[in-house]
Structures are given as C-alpha cells and as structure tokens.
Write a protein that binds this ligand. Structure first.
Ligand SMILES: Cc1cc2nc3c(=O)[nH]c(=O)nc-3n(C[C@H](O)[C@H](O)[C@H](O)COP(=O)(O)OP(=O)(O)OC[C@H]3O[C@@H](n4cnc5c(N)ncnc54)[C@H](O)[C@@H]3O)c2cc1C
Length: 446
C-alpha cells in the first residue's frame, strides 16, 4: 500500500476569504502542492474588503484587530510585516449628549468602564440572556446613586455600552444572546482600529497570497455542486477521486478533499442544493440553527470637518436610554447611530449600525456610500468534516470559515485559524510532519 506521507492529494478550497487563503497558504507550507482555490466573486478577501470613496480607500469589511496580543495571529502577522508602524494617531475620544452638550470625558469613561465590566461578565450555565443579566446588574448600580443627574447619565452611558456591544457582536437584541456563550469566546485583548489609505487589513490578504501560485487561484468560479462520497461516474482511472466540484460555468474538478469556507449566510442559502448527497441531518441542523447578525457600515464625507481637529471618535449618549431597552428597535433607528469614528483625511466619518432595515433608510439620508454584510453571532461546533469509511477516501468535505470557530467567530483571526485548523487536519491525515511556525495553540481548542 502507498504510504500516506508519499501521497500527493488533490485539494480544492472553496472561497478566497481569509479562511480559504489561510488554509491554502498553510497547505503549501506543509508541502501539499496540488491545491486550487475557487472564488465566486472577481476579488479575493471576502469580508476583508475595500472600496474607493472619493480619493480615499476605505475598509468596507473588517478594519479592527480584535486583540492586540501575541495570542492573535492577525496582530502578529501585521506587526511582523511592519505594517502596524504606519497606523495614524486615532485622536481623542469624545462623548456628546442628545441634549446638545459635551459630556465630561472622564465621567463618561468611568461609567463606560463600569458598564463594560458588567456586560463582559463570564458566568456559566445561568440560562439567562445577556440582556437580562446586563439589565439586572446595571439596575443594582443605578439604584445606589442618589443624585438624579448622575443617575440619568449613568444609565444612559450603560445603554451606550449595550449598543456598542450589539455592534461588536453583530446582534440586534441583547435579549437574544445567551450569556453562557460568553464562556467560550476568547478575548485576545484590546481592539485596534487600523483604517488608512492603504487598508492595512487588506494587506493581510496580500500577505496570505504572497507565495501562492496565481494560476491556482481561480476567480469568478462559483461552485454550484459538491458531489462527494463517489456520487458521480468517471472513467475508472479517475475513480480514486471521491469528490467532484462543479462550477457554475460547467467546469468540473476532481479532488481528494474539498475545504468549504463559504459564509454561514451563503451556506444557509445554498447547502440544500450544493451537496450531493445531502449533508447529514445533524450538519444541516447546525447550519439552520446558527444565526448571523447584520451590520451596516456607513461612510459620510463632508467638505469641512465640523468636529475639533484632535477628535478621533464621537459617541452619542441618549439621555432617555436605559440598559434594559437596548435593541435595534426599528422605530428608533436614529438612536442606534451612536458611534462615529473619524477617518483621515478628517472630512470623513464612519459609523456602524446594526439594523435590518437600514439599507432602505440609507438611500434617503446618507450622502456617500454604505456596505452591509453579516457576521455570525452564535457558533457551535460546525467544523466536523465528512467522509466515507474507506481510509483513502476520508475527510472528503471539510469546513472552515469564521462561523466554524466556537471561540472566535465573527473575527478575522477566527477565519484565519479555522483555515489553519483544516490544513492541520489534512497534514495529520497524511502524516506531514514539517509543521509551519504559524500554528498557535488556540486552533487546537476548536
Ligand atoms: C462589515 C463587517 C465588518 C467587520 N469588521 C471586523 C473587524 O473590524 N475585525 C474583525 O476581526 N472582523 C470583522 N468582521 C468579520 C470578518 O470580516 C470575518 O469574520 C472574516 O473576514 C470572514 O472570513 P471567512 O473567510 O470566514 O469568510 P468570507 O470572507 O465571507 O469568505 C468566503 C468567500 O467565499 C466566497 N464564496 C461564497 N460562496 C461561494 C461559492 N459557491 N463558490 C465559490 N466561492 C464562494 C465568497 O465570495 C467569499 O469570498 C467584519 C465583518 C463585516 C461584514
């Protein structure tokens, strides 16, 4: 029998987002040299994306490094490449009340810090929602404050913390998020905003692509069918390949393994027709039950800045907001525009909003451009791979992508590590021992 370590399997990666590109890069590092990436759109990067706004390049997808610690491979990669040396100064944090006055930054920050420590609580098995927990905890603090003004300010800042949290996790209601799910999420440290003309986040995509052969990256190749478990007839000589990947343009590729990295939203829409035979019921249930949130990112451009020159962020505090009411109520959409980030040059502002109907409203009132997309808010172990019992036909369909990371969903590092995880899985299968340096301990936990 052929030694597994001597085999040169054909591997296809579906999707050229961070997960797909990270998987492809790592497979190459392991010495697999028959790797092809198929991407539906005409661009690489997926949800790490840019657009031109006037003369500037803006990030329409990821822009924050969620976690500036050595634990975070995205941070490490960008830092090692020297890319983080160019980050522009972020400027001052400011808070304004909806009553028209500026709120003392120290007071706002203190209340914000207190709110954050309550909302980021990591309990386990309480059975409560994050909203319920947060309302209870903040009420305790609010009730202990005697001064009316101070109490109002405190509860409105606590509400701001709740709204910022909705944006962080791409959710629309804190009451629909399980408090228990927090115990799984890995906090890799403070977030770092890395906007700029050269889109630093997109340079991560370039880094992942650096050594990958360009002729093995096929754009505008939407995969329409994945026939696995030998569910197709081919010439006997080709029978060794158990997977057949069919593209929308009719092209067919035979492979030993396919790593599917398409987003949860696409999977929800496509899974029932994409796989032949259908995915096992257990897998389909996972895809159906997982949820994803909506985030709109809006860029506003002004001829002249109306904010002071040292301002980096503007947070709006609505004095009639209370923590218990935090949700993206459609009737109060304006109140969910609470966080503006100043982009360079200073005439630009960016704001996030988590509201489903926003794209309709946007056309009426917003000046420049918008990008909306989805991120996963809850993930379970959806990464289990598929294969038949035959030892050489194992691991036919593998799944990667941020949604498959129970501990890091909704982040670029989650996507990256999910790609590494599946490359490692194939390397272990083929007993490839030369492990690349980029592996971290986090991916082993998933
Ligand atoms: C607006 C927004 C802001 C965000 N901000 C941040 C942030 O600041 N920091 C952070 O860490 N994370 C952020 N995220 C999350 C982060 O961008 C994602 O977690 C990550 O980029 C997902 O990568 P992925 O490879 O898993 O999926 P994707 O990037 O979605 O890649 C999947 C790829 O598969 C392709 N595809 C789909 N169907 C098919 C098919 N049938 N055939 C072939 N190809 C197909 C898609 O075109 C896509 O290129 C943000 C996300 C959004 C939407």
């Amino acid at each position: 029998p052929v030694d597994m370590a001597d085999r040169n399997p054909v591997i296809v990666v579906v999707g050229a987002g961070v997960a797909g590109l990270a998987a492809a890069k790592k497979l190459k590092e392991y010495g697999f040299n028959d790797v092809t990436v198929l991407e539906a759109s005409e661009k690489v990067g997926g949800r790490v994306a840019t657009a031109t706004l006037g003369t500037a390049c803006v990030d329409t997808g990821a822009q924050y490094i969620h976690g500036t610690s050595e634990e975070n491979p995205v941070y490490c990669l960008l830092k090692k490449s020297g890319l983080l040396n160019q980050i522009p100064e972020m400027g001052e944090e400011t808070f304004y009340s909806n009553k028209g006055h500026k709120v003392d930054v120290n007071i706002a920050r203190d209340a914000y810090g207190a709110g954050e420590s309550m909302i980021r609580y990591r309990g386990s098995n309480t059975g409560k929602s994050l909203g319920e927990h947060y309302a209870e905890k903040t009420q305790g603090v609010i009730d202990s404050v005697q001064d009316d003004d101070k109490r109002t300010r405190m509860q409105s800042v606590f509400a701001l913390v709740g709204k910022d949290m909705l944006i962080d996790i791409g959710a629309s209601d804190l009451h629909r998020i399980s408090l228990d799910s927090w115990q799984y999420y890995i906090n890799m440290g403070d977030s770092l905003n890395i906007p700029g003309y050269d889109s630093l986040m997109f340079q991560l995509v370039d880094k992942l692509l650096e050594d990958f052969p360009k002729d093995r990256l096929l754009l505008k190749r939407e995969v329409s069918k994945i026939k696995w478990d030998g569910s197709f007839s081919v010439a006997p000589a080709l029978c060794q390949y158990p997977v057949c990947i069919v593209c929308e343009n009719g092209e067919e590729i035979l492979a030993d393994h396919v790593i599917v990295t398409i987003s949860l939203g696409c999977l929800k829409a496509q899974a029932s027709s994409l796989f032949i035979p259908s995915l096992p019921t257990e897998k389909m249930e996972v895809i159906e039950k997982l949820c994803f949130g909506n985030i709109a990112k809006i860029f506003l451009e002004y001829e002249e800045a109306f904010w002071e020159s040292d301002v980096g962020t503007i947070s709006l505090i609505y004095e009639d907001d209370i923590p218990a009411s935090v949700s993206t109520n459609k009737m109060q959409w304006l109140k969910n525009m609470q966080y503006f980030s100043v982009l360079r040059p200073k005439e630009r502002l960016m704001l996030y909003q988590t509201i489903v109907t926003f794209s309709v409203i946007i056309k009426k009132i917003i000046v420049i451009s918008s990008s909306s997309s989805s991120i996963v808010i809850i993930a379970v172990n959806g990464a289990k791979s598929l294969g038949s019992q035959h030892p050489n036909k194992d691991l036919q369909v593998l799944f990667a992508g941020e949604a498959t990371m129970k501990t890091l969903y909704g982040t670029v590092q989650g996507a990256l590590l999910s790609g590494h995880r599946e490359a490692d899985r194939l390397a272990a299968h083929y007993k490839k021992t030369v492990a690349p340096t980029s592996t971290t301990s986090v991916e082993k936990q998933v």
